[in-house]
Design a protein around this ligand. Structure first.
Ligand code: IVH
Length: 683
């Protein structure tokens, strides 16, 4: 039993952390440092660990750590989530205003009061609160049924797990708005992805959509999403009478709301706003793609109703993406780490949206042909999602006849190796495994922070090492000598020693970092961890068959084949052998199958539904430790299905196939009958 002071402390910490979160994420006005916040959070975690019964679902500790799901459940909306009609110019807005007046039986000379907000370029979400507690979070889906993404939305710190207890708070309501990724976060995420050799997201919207529909909420948590809410739906009566009042009320409930918003009068007000806000929008820290005008009085809305899924009381005015005209001076073939050869348009620099643009990726030959871009063309470019420049149109009537078509070189511009495109792929690749561009990318990736973390081994030095012929592959790094390094330009005695020390210090990094560092296609930091845990050593991973790989939870057929193909390459096998010889030996990971258990060893398990003692990952690790396998889908090869509450189609399938189905308690009993497996207490 917790004593009263601990119970009191838990309550106090929850309250305090909630307040700090609100100040930081909603008001943007923190009063304590991140370190102080983390310290309080840790204290709360420890206390709750000791007294799990005091860990309430709205505790600030409950934002992360939910087990990954097999699939996203369905989330029917109580009130349909409509979309908005678009307007692209003042005339279309004028028609909207006239229509509103007509439908309300007003005279042409009358004025309607509107509220205006920015249209945030994110993903529509709906949050259900009951008695103030966040019960469910959903995507828009088809407007009637969305996907249940509660765990993922809980990671968004500006979304309260509990609404403030203010007068008039409905006992049940759906609060709606937009989840998004800020411009800064977007750059950080993409930089990170590029460093790891993963393809960057095209724009913040795609990044947000991908993050929200994750099965594993720890991935969502790393993306630092944010949310702005602008609507509240309830069957209960409300005190506010206008959209402006609704937004104020949402603010009192302590959610982050649309800001700025403004109440304006009629078409005159609308025209003023589209001028002003189109300018101001560049100062916002997130992308907006327009502004939304809404009839301010809520009682008029039912009167106006909706047509074809859009309400007649609101309209979205869409901003033109900023565009500019320029000349394509050249099209270059650029070679990346995986050998992909990408055509890049080099343009006469132009200023768009606050930055100078001179390059735009044309992605691949299919794109070049589809767009019809030639060297010397006049083109219109725009910033997609306001960030990445793209060629949107070729001004063919401005051609002089001197324009030249781009041809994909048959030889790599860097190493002269053969460039070709595999069947069914759109990307051309340099086929020379020793290509210098690939080598450079490989070395940079190997040395990067998430991999072997070699301080001081940056792009400039890597260039020098390759140019001088000192390094032809990763293992050569570990053969470098002091005398060789000091002969390089600008390499002082001390820097040489530091670099050698850093290289040497990277020899025994954890296995997952080494796997990540190899730069296997499709394998980033997360899958590297999965592989390290499953196989425990590089040798075991190297010899795993496609079937072994594909049976791992989270690894599909395509990725399994890519991994197998990587390790089958004789050059790669030689390189791995060399790495061993120069002393690169990753830290031991507790390998799967290191112990035996008669109920587990060599058996295939599927875990489904909620477990009380383990997270899905822990259960999987347990089975693997004793030489069993945990897979994500039920097949004839499955030996046991362990099903907790909420198990769905997997349970049905197991029953159909006549496979043994155990409850969690039965599984615990089977474990306990033999050996010394450690069984945690239920949560
Ligand atoms: S009001 C009946 N206000 O734009 C729909 N929507 O194409 C009422 N959006 O589905 C929506 N910012 O996801 C509204 N300030 C804002 C918005 C906004 C972004 C999104 C929303 C909606 C889509 C319409």
């Amino acid at each position: 039993m917790p004593d009263n002071s601990e119970r009191e402390r838990i309550r106090e910490l929850q309250e305090e952390l909630r307040e700090h979160s609100y100040r930081y994420y909603v008001l943007n006005d923190p009063v304590i440092s991140d370190a102080e916040y983390d310290k309080l959070l840790r204290e709360l975690e420890e206390l709750e660990e000791k007294h799990p019964d005091l860990r309430t679902p709205d505790s600030p500790t409950q934002r992360v750590g939910a087990p990954p799901q097999d699939e996203l459940g369905e989330a029917p909306h109580k009130f349909p989530m409509l979309s908005l009609q678009n307007a692209f110019n003042a005339d279309e807005l004028r028609e909207f205003d006239a229509r509103v007046k007509r439908n309300l039986g007003m005279e042409e000379g009358d004025t309607v009061e509107y509220s205006v907000e920015y249209k945030i370029d994110g993903l529509g979400i709906s949050l259900t609160y009951r008695d103030g507690l966040l019960e469910r979070g959903a995507t828009r889906g088809d407007g009637h049924v969305g996907e249940d993404v509660t765990q993922n939305l809980k990671t968004i710190r500006s979304i309260p797990l509990r609404l403030a207890d203010v007068e008039g708070r409905p006992s049940e309501c759906e609060i709606r708005g937009e989840a998004f990724i800020s411009k800064d976060e977007f750059s950080r995420i993409n930089q990170d992805r590029e460093e790891r050799g993963e393809s960057p997201f095209a724009n913040p919207r795609n990044a947000a959509a991908g993050s929200i529909r994750q099965l594993d909420s720890s991935v969502t948590a790393r993306r630092n999403l944010d949310a702005i809410l602008y609507d509240l739906r309830t069957e209960e009566s409300t005190r506010y009478k206008t959209q402006a009042g609704l937004l104020e009320f949402l603010g009192q409930l302590r959610v982050r709301t649309s800001k700025p918003y403004q109440v304006i009068e009629g078409m005159g007000g609308i025209e003023e706003m589209i001028e002003k806000w189109a300018e101001d929008r560049h100062d916002l820290p997130y992308d907006v793609d327009g502004m939304v005008f809404k009839v301010n009085r809520l009682d008029l809305r039912p009167e106006l109703g909706a047509v074809s899924r859009s309400p007649r009381w609101a309209i979205a005015y869409k901003f033109q993406a900023e565009r500019a005209e320029t000349t394509v001076k050249d099209i270059m073939a650029s070679v990346g780490r995986t050998g992909a050869v990408t055509p890049i348009a080099i343009m006469e620099p132009v200023f768009i949206d606050g930055t100078t643009v001179s390059r735009a990726s044309l992605h691949n030959m299919d794109e070049v042909e589809r767009k019809g871009v030639r060297i010397g063309d006049q083109v219109i470019i725009q910033k997609a999602g306001d960030i990445i420049p793209e060629v949107v149109e070729v001004l063919t009537d401005k051609r002089s006849g001197d324009e030249k078509e781009f041809e994909m070189p048959s030889q790599c511009p860097i190493c002269g190796g053969e460039v070709s495109r595999a069947e069914g792929e759109v990307v051309h690749r340099c086929q020379n495994p020793a290509c210098r561009a690939k080598l450079k990318g490989r070395l940079e990736h190997w040395a990067s922070r998430g991999c072997m973390d070699i301080d001081g081994l940056g792009p400039a030095i890597i260039d020098q090492l390759i140019e001088s012929g000192l390094v032809e592959d990763i293992p050569d790094l570990y053969r470098l000598e002091h005398e060789q390094l000091v002969q390089l330009e600008r390499m002082a005695d001390k820097s040489a020693s530091n670099l050698l020390r850093a290289i040497d210090g990277s020899k025994h990094r954890p296995l997952d970092r080494l796997i990540n560092g190899l730069g296997i296609r499709h394998v980033g930091d997360h899958l590297a961890q999965v592989l390290a845990r499953e196989f425990g050593s590089l040798d075991r991973l190297k010899d795993a068959s496609v079937e072994d790989l594909a049976s791992v939870y989270e690894i599909g057929e395509v990725v399994a084949r890519a991994i197998r193909a990587y390790f089958e390459d004789p050059e790669i096998r030689r390189m791995l052998q060399d790495l061993k010889e120069v002393g690169v030996e990753p830290e031991e990971t507790e390998p799967a199958g290191s112990q035996e258990h008669p109920f587990i060893t060599d058996k295939v398990f599927v875990f489904t539904g909620e477990l009380e003692r383990w997270t899905r990952e822990e259960a999987q690790a347990l089975v693997e430790r004793y030489g069993g396998r945990a897979t994500s889908s039920v097949s004839k090869k499955t030996d046991h299905v362990v099903a907790g509450p909420g198990a769905g189609s997997k349970l049905d399938k197991a029953e159909k196939l006549g496979i043994s189905v155990l409850s969690e308690e039965e599984f615990v009993e089977a474990l306990g009958e033999h050996g010394d497996v450690e069984i945690p207490e239920p949560e």
